[in-house]
Design a protein around this ligand. Structure first.
Ligand SMILES: Cc1cc2nc3c(=O)[nH]c(=O)nc-3n(C[C@H](O)[C@H](O)[C@H](O)COP(=O)(O)OP(=O)(O)OC[C@H]3O[C@@H](n4cnc5c(N)ncnc54)[C@H](O)[C@@H]3O)c2cc1C
Length: 390
């Protein structure tokens, strides 16, 4: 074998896994189709939920992200038609660093890790058992191949992995501002406008990201003059950001269609998928970067030992698949929300109760930050308390 592990895709998931495998003493090929180490994903709001905080700390990524100017959000205010849900203590902070800085940083860390060969400009175009073929015609082999190649995963397609696709009934646009003033509670805000959603959060270098995620029935409004429709939407937000003295420093970024895609994270005994290649969720709740970091960490945690010591890889991969169920459960719920249907009676009751009940507000925030399993919110105790409050 040429390597212990071959990882296809040197972005969030791929660099995270490569760094961990390298630190565990393994020989890793990290292949990236782009030539420039500065290449980065542009279609990403890069708000990394608090549930990722521990993994970022453990891997030593948190401080370097802060050093590059990342913004930390300690508590989001959530607007509902029953009032503001105010931030509460006891929920880990989120972090935001634009991908133009994050992707090169993660590549730098991976490339500096002994044992990791970062091979830029190597596009994978073929798959063989225990190996990949690059566009230069080179075949590389390893005990484990990892697809970290994103939403449209070539690795998954070449392996014939079935896709479970679900519709997304919202579209997304955002822009970055200098000098925006927030007017709602917390150091960032979310508006639950049912079915539309909007956000206003801090990004690196003192920028503010303002985003609107309307239901697709409003697409026509955004067809002629997208910027005017965006500005009008933001101006009507209750306690929305003050943008009069602010300066918009970007074009609108976004997409009008982004279906959710899910694949088996362990499709072959020698092949695993991490990040978007396994689960590309609805972007609206901002889960994808966190899932990429966490799924990569879970895979490396499960398999590095057996790969190094010649242990049972099949068993280790089953452990990874079990860990991945955390994401699958949230993705099931996220797919329901992505339909942009009105909230049901229980969702309404929980939100309304959270406006006045900090105990429920904390559970709602832990759920929103994906800091605990969905049962932190979806359990009989919360349901009874919310219904009694109503
Ligand atoms: C509109 C939008 C907004 C979003 N906003 C947020 C947000 O605010 N917060 C959040 O957490 N998530 C957000 N996401 C999701 C987030 O962007 C993804 O979940 C995240 O990028 C997944 O990381 P990844 O490493 O799995 O894949 P990617 O970042 O897509 O990286 C895949 C890598 O593989 C490389 N590659 C692909 N094919 C090959 C090949 N054949 N050979 C070699 N290399 C290859 C690519 O060049 C790339 O470097 C958003 C997504 C969208 C679409």
């Amino acid at each position: 074998m040429d390597y212990d592990v071959i990882i296809v895709g040197a972005s969030i998931a791929g660099c995270t896994a490569a760094t961990q495998y390298g630190r565990a003493g393994l020989r890793v090929a990290l292949l990236e189709r782009h030539r420039s180490p500065q290449a980065h994903k542009t279609l990403c709001g890069h708000f990394i939920l608090g549930g990722t905080h521990d993994v970022l700390h453990r891997l030593g990524f948190w401080q370097p992200m802060l050093d590059r100017g990342a913004a930390v959000t300690t508590g989001l205010g959530v607007w509902t038609d029953a009032g503001w849900i105010k931030p509460v203590d006891g929920v880990p902070p989120a972090i935001s660093l634009r991908r133009s800085k994050l992707d090169p940083l993660l590549r730098e860390i991976a490339a500096a890790t002994p044992g990791v060969d970062l091979l830029m400009g190597h596009r994978v175009t073929g798959l063989v058992e225990n190996g990949v073929v690059t566009d230069a015609g080179t075949t590389l082999r390893a005990r484990l191949v990892v697809g970290a190649d994103g939403h449209h995963s070539t690795v998954a397609r070449l392996a014939g992995v079935p896709e479970d696709v679900a519709p997304n009934e919202r579209f997304l646009f955002w822009a970055y501002y200098e000098g925006a003033e927030l007017n709602g509670p917390g150091d960032g805000q979310v508006w639950q406008l049912d079915p539309d959603i909007a956000v206003c959060v801090q990004a690196d270098d003192g920028l503010t990201l303002v985003g609107v995620f309307p239901a697709k029935e409003r697409l026509a409004e955004f067809a002629d003059d997208r910027l005017a429709a965006f500005d009008g939407f933001v101006a009507r937000l209750p306690d929305g950001p003050s943008l009069y003295g602010a300066h918009r420093v970007s074009n609108l970024v976004g997409t009008t269609d982004y279906p959710c895609v899910r694949r088996d994270p362990v499709p072959r005994p020698w092949l695993a998928l991490i990040g978007d290649a396994a689960t590309a969720s609805d972007p609206v709740p901002a889960v994808g970067c966190g899932w990429a970091f966490r799924s990569a960490a879970w895979l490396a945690d499960s398999t590095a030992g057996p790969l190094r010591d010649g242990g049972d890889l099949g068993r280790a991969l089953r452990r990874y698949r079990r860990a991945h169920r955390f994401i699958d459960k949230y993705d099931d719920l996220g797919r329901q929300d992505a339909l942009a249907t009105p909230p049901n009676a229980l969702q309404r009751a929980i939100r309304t109760a959270a406006v006045t009940d900090p105990w429920i507000a904390r559970r709602l925030a832990a759920f929103g930050m994906r800091a605990e399993a969905p049962s932190v919110l979806l359990n009989p105790g919360v349901v009874v308390r919310a219904l009694l409050a109503g």
